[in-house]
Structure formats: C-alpha cells, structure tokens
Design a protein around this ligand. Structure first.
Ligand code: ADP
Length: 758
C-alpha cells in the first residue's frame, strides 16, 4: 500500500483526495473517471476499475448484489467457481484477490469500485476501511454534482420563461420587486432595472388585504387609474419569494361584454356567411328574434331565405370591403316572413351582418369582431393554410416569440416548434382536419434569436374559409408561466416517484431476497461440485464403480439444483423488468439446428416419439434475442417431450397470416393434454397441473417456472403466448412475435464501460 494511506491523519488525507477530484470534475461521470485513475495511483493495487451503473442485464446480477448488501465485497482467493461471471473473468485475467465497493449516496447508485490484485489475500484491515471511506465520499460528491447539474438546468428554464412577454415579477415578503421582466417594466414605462426594488402594491394601488390574498394565491382583478383591467395571480416560490403573473384583460372584458350583449339582444341577430352566402354562424338569439333554430340554418344559403330585397346581395357579391344596408323580407319557414333591416359587410371572403329590428349601432363593431377577437387576444394565434404554411399571426404571437408577421409568413408552422413537437403538431393538425378542433396540447416554440424554447398550451381549430373548399386552421396558444409549468412538472414527477416507489419496494424486496439466497446457495454448490469432480476423477484415491455411480448421481442432482436456482433467478430478474434483450438477426432454420434443440431429437428417438419441424418458406430473418428464443423453445419442447408417451412432437414456424409482420411458432404434441380449467393457470409461477399419474415424482419433475419464464420472454419481444389443448389428445403451445422486437436501443451490445488501467 502507498504511503498516503498509512501516514498520520489518514482520513483527512483520503477526504482531501476526494475533495480535489470533486473540484476538478464538472459532472458525476467525469468524477468517476478521475476517481478510477486516482485510486489506481494511490491505493497501490494492480488495477482499479470504476464501473458506472448500467442497465445491462449481464452486469445487473452482480451489481445488484453489491448494492443490496451495501457492504464491501472481499474475495481474497478468486477461483473459477465463483457465482459471479465477472469474478471468474478477473480470475482468468490473472487476478487472485478482489474488493468491490458500491458507490452510492442515499438512493442514487453511481457505480462500482473494483480493486484487483495479483496477490492472494491482498485486502484486509486498513485497505478495506480506507476504500470504504473513499467510495462513500465519492458517492456523496457525485450526488452533489448531479444535483448541481439539475439546478443549473432548472435555473436556465426559469430564466427562459421569465423572458417571455407576459408581465411577471418576483416579489419579496414586503412586496418589493426583486426580479421583473420586460413585459412588466413596459407596463409602467420603466426599464427593467428601474422596476426592481419598487413596491408592487404602490404600482397597482393595492391594499394590505389584497396583497395578503395575492401571497396566499388568490387570483385578483384590479383596475389601474387609466381604466385598464389586470388579472394578477401569485404563487409561492419559496419562503421569501412570490411569483406574480399579470395579464391585461381590458380588451377581453370589452369583447365579452359586447358578445354577451349580442347573444342576448332582442332586436339584433348576428350572422356570418361565406362569399357564396352560405351561413356559417348565427347568434343563438336567432331563435327568439326570428323564430328559427340556429343550428338548422347553418349551411343554408342566405339568398334562399331572402324573399325581397336581393339587390343588396348582388351589390355585396360585386365588391369587397364595403358595407350595405337594405330592408329585406326573410322567409323563416312554415310560410312565415320577417321584415328586417339588414346591415351587411363583406371583408375578404366572408360576409358579416346584423339583421336588425331597429338599430344600426352594432354594425361597425361587428364588422371587425372576428379580426378583433384574434387581434387583441393575449393568446398567441397563428393562422395556417391546409398545407401547414403560416398565413397570419396576431400581436401576442409577435410579442412573445419576437418574430414579425412578415418574417414567418408562408413558412411551415412546424419550423416554429422543437423537432419532436413539430412532428406531433402535424398529427394534431390532421386530427383537427377531421374533428374540427383539438384542445389542450402542449408544445415548445422557438423564439427569435434564442436557444430557449417557450412552452405553450394550445388548441387547434379548423375554420372553413368561405367560398372555396380550402380549409385553414387557427393554432391558439397560451404561453405557460414558468411557475405553473414547473409546478405541474414537479407534481407529476412526485406522483410518479410515489407510484414507482410503491412498486419498487415490493419488487426490490423480492428480487433482493431471491438474489441473495441464490448467491448463497450457488457458492456452496459450486464448491460441492468442484470437490465431487475431483473425487470422481480419482484425485483423492481411486473409487470403485459403485462409488463412482453414486457420485455421478450426486453431480447430476447438483446440476438440477443449479438449474432450479438459475430459473428462480431468471424469474426474479424477468419480472423486475431489468432484463434487456440482446437483439440480433435470427433465422429460424438455424435456430432449430441449435444443439440444445437438436438434442431433443435423440430424446424423442429413445422414447419412441417422432420429432418434426417445419419453417414456412416466407418466414424472414427476424430481429430477436436468439439465446432467449432458444430458452423459450427448450422450455416448450421439453414440456412436450415430458408429457407425451406416444405419437410425437412437431414444431411449426409460419407467418400469422399472409401479409402479417408477425411470426407464429407452435409446439404441438400428442401427449396427455391439459384440462380446460387449468389452461389459463399454466403460465403462472410455480404452477403444475395435478396430473393423475403424478409426474412430479418422476425423473422429469420440473419447477413450474418454465412457462412463466417463457411468457415473460415473449412479452419482452412484444409478443403473446397461448395454448390449445384437449386432455388425452395433446397440447399445442404457441407464441407469436413481431418480425422486429419493439425494444429500446440500449439492448444492442454496448461497448463495455469499464475504465481499466493496467
Ligand atoms: P414445469 O417445470 O413443471 O414443466 P412449466 O411452467 O413449464 O413448469 O409447466 C407448468 C405445468 O404446465 C406443467 O407442470 C404441466 O402440468 C403443464 N404443462 C406444460 N406443458 C405441457 C404439455 N405439453 N402437456 C401437458 N401439460 C403441460
């Protein structure tokens, strides 16, 4: 061992080594890398490896075991009997001792520290406690670094949303502005800097009680001296800070009042038509005023309703952007007529109007209502044509995203969104095309000259553009305030965490139990087997034939025991969802020629059974985990052979149907079959059909785990299993899976993450 470890204030030294590493490293991964290099040089071992935590199934077993014990694992005489393939690997590389420590902090697992020596008995006493101190310190340092990474990202996000145009401030407990954005400063003609430190209450003339309510999260509407109406909403950031969002709703108020009046008027009916006078909208009071049902006249041609005074229509058809008024007589059904004054106005391809019993007053207002709704809205509104090209945007869009209408006109709207969101948007637009409206979607948009994305909640509405059959769409987006969005995210994360914890605790306990017990069982068995082998070979004196015979039985039974433990471990792993498939090209003809499957041919022959297999010509090479598929086939064929006494076994591989992209594999036997009521249960864990001739006692007795493993493996590939059977006639076990397993990319073999310094 190196002096660093032995001298004086050892722990201080150790900790200062870690502190040094922490300062140099920017991320947890970097820290781990530096740590392995450092351990190599200070600990004096032959090799120090830091293995980052990975989801790789082959590593999973060993790594899990170490994390579960939370203790250093020391093996001072490595051998090829170890229960962990990793340790055998090290032994084969010439190492004689090893010490493995978990690097973790609280619930976060960062990796394993593996120290290797070419000497036996290399790890004891100080070396162990030193390494424990180091690993623990590094675990904590890694946790700090990862928290730091997270908070930097959060801060960035917060700033991005704070820069948006909707006025926002952070105020302290006394109600003084600590941070303000441009939108807020603009309200009072300040610069952002001037806004800081001023009292929020003074600016809005709010009283003590109102401020209290704001702090408590109660939304507030307030009017400023110049008559504008603001909606303010507060939410607590932390003990000292409150985030306030301020919206100017003056225009909303006016518009609402106006539309409200329109709907309630007893004299005026408001109507909208396309250029060919087809009615596209009529106010709901049409029922009261005219005695017609609004829904029934939508789509009706207004010309057909006009009995007298169609001159106005001819005039309108001829000129755009003009207003006309005339007395007309309308046919309102059942032979009834209504005399009205019509004020009609044509704007581009639409015609708006008031059919009035008396006044002219609404006309001006109404003519521009539709544009106004869009123009003054606090929401960002984009109009696009059928091909997704932008044909217009409103002021709020320009304000929030900093682009002018000219800059985005004619551009694909998907360009405005992040890549993934853009793709989603396209599918939402197709939905809107079909259904008329899609609401409550989320998406992030690009602002001009900025890398940050602005989050929006948005709806898409289809509008039929008058005279032609062309459609257009309005994308109406509400910019999400930082705080609300963060809260939503945090709540969601918390909820999922809780859920995950619940499941995890349960499955962890089981997996941990089975892992530990399997390891504890495997080690002595490997030893028993090793010594039996030596005995059998005569290394401790020649044995007579009888003795050899019994020893052979012991060894076979050990194999069975190992197999059982292996299966238990497999079930635990598969049901904990930690298994990752090793996907490769699989050709079924080759697969069926695998020795483990070929071996059944001999077994069948010995039992007097036929053994056939057939792969249809149109079954392609599929993407799957070949070793797992063999496991499945061995399970199914093994069962068939076990439960069949005459006849035989047939394996059939074909497509599910002619053009299907699924393959179906059937293992068919002429054996004892399965009673109908047990068919559903055979895929469960530890289940065995209580057969009359009590096979459990025979040589072929199983564990009741085979089919449950089979099911899990097939599911992992995105497939399904099933069985048809008739007692006394035979069983047909089948599974189907897609040509290409739908699994995560990581399942492809990865380059090892080991950082070996030798
Ligand atoms: P085991 O290790 O007992 O074979 P499995 O999960 O593979 O466990 O099978 C569960 C049970 O389903 C078996 O014990 C047996 O009762 C029944 N079974 C499975 N395959 C067949 C078959 N081909 N014919 C009749 N019974 C079967």
């Amino acid at each position: 061992m190196d002096n660093t470890f032995m001298d004086g204030d050892r722990y201080d030294n150790l900790l200062s080594v870690v502190t040094g590493l922490y300062k140099e490293a920017g991320t947890p991964a970097e820290l781990m890398k530096r740590f392995s290099t450092k351990m190599q040089s200070v600990s004096g071992v032959d090799s120090a490896i830091v293995k980052e935590s990975s989801a790789d199934s082959k590593r999973g077993n060993f790594e899990e075991f170490i994390f579960n014990t939370r203790k250093p694992y020391v093996d001072n005489s490595l051998s090829d009997y170890s229960a962990f393939p990793e340790l055998i690997e090290y032994y084969n590389k010439g190492y004689k001792s090893c010490m493995v420590l978990p690097i973790s902090a609280y619930d976060r697992k960062f990796g394993l520290l593996i120290l290797l020596s070419k000497q036996e008995e290399a790890f004891g006493g100080n070396a162990i406690s030193d390494a424990v101190v180091m690993a623990e310190a590094v675990g904590n340092a890694a946790l700090f670094l990862s928290e730091k990474e997270k908070s930097v990202n959060l801060a960035k996000y917060f700033d991005a949303a704070f820069n948006a145009a909707v006025p926002q401030v952070l105020i302290d407990k006394n109600g003084n502005v600590v941070k303000a954005n441009k939108g807020y400063a603009n309200l009072f003609d300040y610069s952002v800097r001037e806004a800081i430190g001023k009292s929020f209450a003074n600016n809005f003339k709010l009283g003590e009680q109102e401020m209290k309510e704001l702090f408590a999260g109660v939304p507030l509407n307030t009017r400023t001296v110049d008559g504008r109406l603001f909606a303010i909403r507060g939410s607590t950031v932390n003990e000292r800070l409150t985030h306030l969002l301020i919206r100017d709703i003056t225009e909303h108020e006016n518009l609402e009042r106006r539309l409200d009046t329109a709907q309630k008027s007893r004299n005026d009916v408001f109507i909208a038509m396309d250029r060919s006078f087809k009615i596209t909208w009529i106010s709901s009071n049409a029922a009261g005023v005219l005695g017609i049902i609004p829904e029934e006249v939508i789509g009706v041609n207004f010309t057909d309703m006009v009995k007298d005074g169609s001159g106005i229509l001819a005039a309108l058809a001829g000129a755009a952007d003009k207003e006309y008024s005339a007395n007309i007589r309308l046919s309102i059904g059942n032979g009834m007529n209504a005399d009205m004054k019509a004020y009609l106005y044509r704007k581009d391809n639409s015609i708006y109007g008031v059919l009035s019993k008396e006044h002219e007053r609404y006309f001006k207002e109404l003519s521009s209502t539709f544009d106004q709704v869009i123009g003054i809205s606090n929401d960002s509104i984009i109009r696009i044509d059928e091909n997704g090209m932008i044909t217009g945007v409103n002021k709020s869009f320009e304000k929030i995203l900093k682009y002018t209408q000219e800059e985005v006109y004619g551009k694909p709207v998907t360009n405005m969104y992040g890549t993934a969101d853009g793709q989603k948007l396209s599918s939402y637009i197709s939905m809107a095309k079909k259904n008329g409206i899609v609401t409550d979607m989320f998406g992030n948009m690009h602002a001009k000259n900025s890398d940050e994305l602005v989050p929006f909640k948005f709806s898409i509405k289809r509008i039929n553009e008058g005279y032609s059959s062309n459609m257009s769409f309005l994308i109406i987006g509400t910019e999400l305030a930082t705080k609300t969005r963060m809260e939503d995210l945090e709540n969601e994360i918390e909820r999922r965490d809780r859920e995950a914890q619940k499941y995890k605790a349960e499955s962890d306990l089981k997996t941990q139990f089975i892992n530990n017990i399997s390891h504890d069982l495997k080690t002595p068995i490997t030893n028993i087997k090793g010594f039996s082998k030596l005995l059998y070979k005569g290394e401790f004196g020649e044995l007579n034939e009888d003795q050899k015979g019994y020893l052979k039985i012991i060894m076979d039974e050990l194999d069975r025991l190992m197999n059982l433990i292996g299966q238990m471990l497999d079930v635990a792993k598969l049901s904990s969802g930690k298994v990752v498939l090793d996907l490769q090209q699989v050709n079924f003809n080759e697969l069926l020629n695998n020795p483990s499957i070929k071996a059944f041919e001999e077994v069948c022959k010995a039992k007097g059974l036929y053994f056939r297999s057939h792969v249809d010509y149109d079954v392609p090479t599929i993407i799957a985990d070949p070793n797992r598929l063999i496991q499945v086939l061995v399970n199914l064929i093994g069962n068939s052979v076990k439960f069949t006494e005459s006849g035989g076994i047939e394996i059939i591989v074909k497509r599910v149907s002619k053009n299907s992209r699924y393959v179906r594999v059937t293992v068919k036997d002429t054996g004892i079959g399965i009673p109908r009521e047990e068919k559903k249960k055979v895929f469960g864990k530890f289940f065995q059909v209580p057969h009359r001739d009590n096979l459990k006692m025979q040589e072929g007795a199983g564990t009741g785990l085979g089919l449950s493993i089979t099911k899990e493996i097939v599911h992992l590939h995105g497939g399904k299993v099933g069985v048809e059977s008739e007692p006394g006639k035979g069983s047909e076990f089948w599974f189907r899976m897609p040509f290409s397993a739908k699994v995560k990319k990581e399942s492809k073999k990865q380059a090892p993450k080991d950082k070996v310094k030798e």
